[in-house]
Design a protein around this ligand. Structure first.
Ligand code: SF4
Ligand code: SF4
Length: 387
């Protein structure tokens, strides 16, 4: 039986860029899809200021290879994001060093882009929304989500990643409009032409910002965002029936949400799948988010009080920090030499000065003994427990 769409799954065994090229080639490549002179918006996930090694944001190497592929096809790549509700996108770019890493590539903060009000044809809930002009004017959109669970929506992949073309207040509107329905409406307007999923390090549990990293070493790619999200969800052990916006997207004929209709090229789906820990809360968190944004809107309009700094303080409590497993350390000094903030010291084993640590996780990537892990516990606790 002929399948309706194709999704590729590739294991990252060597260079990340090579896996991205292979995943893209398996679905037919980019040339012919992108025309010379096309404006191509590359939309990664920079929801908060945490590096890809802890499963929160898109790996820079994926973005770099996608930029190369777009240029090879003759397109003009622009990387753009408007990060999570309480975060400042430009600050995140700076903390992660995105602009330096993508030297020579146009990078835009979509929160500070010109915002255009648009009516969405056929929308059921989100009938009108303000969208970054860069997204509306793009000839081709490439979404680069991370393989993650989500407290409100079960999983978050290509469809959900498109919330990053909306400024913060419009994201609130999405939550207040019924998030699953609003996601389908948003994707009627700005549906990505191609989705490449960063499944190198995913996030399980309380994703998309305070969950735990899961090493998967996968890249997924496909042109049908609903199909890619269906396969990505299956990789994490979720059926499309468990993810309401995938059900709704199928009903709205936005794409294919039935695995049997999707041709999978590359790795075998079952062989690469690994059940992710489920986020707890579900509907309760969905309702809590709605209340939070309703309150935020009320306080802002009535008292000109912005609740985002308060929300940011709350989420900062759970920011990812490196943690030391002292018994594994062989005092080789490699991490100490690599740390850009001189936050590491060898005293019997390596110790972290959390007051200096910038949470770049370079130490975790450097250490050959896997001494460092990620923790979201308070620093006072980590200081005691790492002794
Ligand atoms: S200890 Fe140094 S290398 Fe490790 S996360 Fe902190 S700043 Fe980065
Ligand atoms: S690189 Fe690893 S083993 Fe070497 S000193 Fe650092 S923590 Fe210890």
């Amino acid at each position: 039986m002929k399948k309706e769409t194709v999704v590729s799954i590739v294991r990252v065994e060597g260079a990340i860029g090579d896996a991205v090229s292979k995943a893209t080639k398996l679905i037919g490549g980019l040339s012919g899809r992108i025309k010379p002179g096309d404006k191509v918006l590359i939309k990664p996930n920079f929801i908060r200021e945490e590096p890809s090694v802890v499963g929160t944001t898109t790996n820079f190497e994926i973005i770099k290879r996608v930029v190369e592929l777009v240029r090879e096809a003759g397109g003009h790549p622009v990387v753009g994001e408007a990060s999570g509700n309480q975060y400042d996108t430009e600050e995140i770019y700076e903390l992660l060093g995105l602009r330096e890493a993508l030297d020579g590539v146009e990078v835009r903060d979509l929160d500070r882009d010109e915002i255009v009000g648009v009516k969405i044809q056929g929308a059921t809930n989100l009938k009108e929304v303000g969208v970054a002009r860069s997204a509306l004017e793009a000839d081709y959109i490439i979404s680069l989500p991370v393989l993650k669970t989500h407290m409100s929506t079960g999983t978050t992949l290509g469809m959900k990643n498109m919330m990053g073309v909306l400024p913060q207040r419009e994201k609130w509107k999405m939550h207040m409009s019924g998030l699953h329905y609003a996601l389908v409406d948003l994707n009627r307007l700005v549906k990505p032409n191609l989705v490449i999923v960063d499944g190198i390090v995913g996030m399980e549990g309380m994703g998309p910002t305070i969950g735990s990293p899961v090493e998967m070493n996968l890249i997924l790619a496909g042109e049908d965002v609903v199909a890619v999200d269906t396969v990505g969800s299956a990789v994490m052990g979720f059926s499309a029936d468990e993810v309401k916006h995938l059900q709704l997207a199928g009903q709205a004929r936005l794409g294919i949400n039935e695995l049997k209709q999707i041709e999978i090229r590359g790795e075998d789906l079952e062989a690469v799948s690994r059940p992710f820990k489920r986020p707890f809360g579900g509907k309760a968190i969905l309702i809590w988010a709605q209340l939070q944004y309703r309150l935020g809107t009320f306080l802002l309009s009535r008292y000109d009080y912005d609740i985002r700094p308060f929300l940011k303080k709350f989420s900062d409590l759970y920011v990812a920090k490196p943690k030391v497993n002292p018994e594994r350390c062989v005092s080789c000094d490699q991490c100490v030499a690599t740390c850009p903030r001189q936050a590491l010291e060898l005293m019997g084993h390596v110790r972290i000065d959390y007051a200096k640590c910038g949470r770049c996780f370079l130490c975790m990537r450097t250490c050959p003994q896997k001494v460092f892990t990620m923790s979201r516990k308070p620093t006072w606790w980590l200081r005691i427990s790492s002794r």
